[in-house]
Design a protein around this ligand. Structure first.
Ligand code: DX5
Ligand code: ZN
Length: 227
């Protein structure tokens, strides 16, 4: 079944516990950490992740858009994140970092910006629990979905199948009722949605609707026969 991860970037930061409650039934809560260096925006860090982990039962999916994740990512596992994503463009030693995240007890995930190809990282995939393909330039919520990322999603799904991996394939950026089916058809199975969830009248209903669309599209998809 498709997993839907609401992004709290589009939530009210002064009411994060209630905003988590508003998306009850979601698989993960997506937490965007931005340092104003790797991306031109600044959000939150370890202390807020620690508090949020205590305030909600929904596991935290931390997406680190920061420089030097080799140094900082392990602290997000200690803060209570169930999944930690670092950007390969920023990591000095991605394999070592993925192993450290796993050893500390979280799922290890690696993100690719739109301009970063998947092919050079084929051999790294077994070290990961999830791969994140950005479908916008990271930094801000509410941007338009980049259709030109669909072939990369498809090629990544082919690599996952070729190696028989259990790897989850996440998409993030511009995912909405209008774009989620294309992502699912191409091979994604974990969907981040910020504005499409928190901009809706009823965020929990928006999550359920996105999941239904993704599940229906997956059922007909080339890659998912028997999934
Ligand atoms: C953007 C963030 C996304 C963002 C997505 O850099 O990584 O997680 O919250 O927001 P929407 O779904 O509005 O594009
Ligand atoms: Zn994100």
């Amino acid at each position: 079944m498709a997993q839907i991860n609401p992004s709290i970037l589009s939530a009210d930061f002064a009411r994060l516990a209630e905003e988590a409650e508003a998306v009850r039934g979601s698989d993960w809560l997506h937490v965007d950490v931005m340092d104003n260096h790797f991306v031109p925006n600044l959000t939150l860090g370890v202390p807020i992740v620690e508090s949020l982990a205590r305030a909600t039962d929904i596991p935290l999916d931390c997406h680190l858009m920061i420089e030097d994740p080799d140094r900082w990512a392990p602290q997000y596992v200690e803060a209570g994140a169930g999944s930690v994503t670092f950007h390969v463009e920023a990591a000095a030693a991605p394999v070592r970092l993925a192993r450290e995240i796993r050893a500390k007890g979280a799922r290890a995930s690696m993100a690719l910006k739109p301009g970063t190809p998947i092919e050079p990282f084929e051999d790294l995939l077994p070290e990961l629990d999830m791969l994140l393909i950005m479908t916008v330039e990271p930094g801000f919520g509410g941007q338009a979905f980049l259709d030109i990322m669909l072939p990369k999603i498809r090629r990544t799904r082919e690599l996952i199948d070729k190696h028989g991996l259990e790897l989850w394939l996440q998409v993030d950026g511009g995912v909405s009722a209008g774009t989620i089916e294309r992502c699912a058809e191409a091979g994604a199975d974990v969907f981040v949605a910020g504005s499409a969830v928190y901009g809706a009248e009823d965020p929990a209903e928006a999550v359920a609707k996105l999941r239904a669309l993704a599940d229906a599209a997956t059922a007909d998809a080339w890659w998912a026969c028997g999934h």
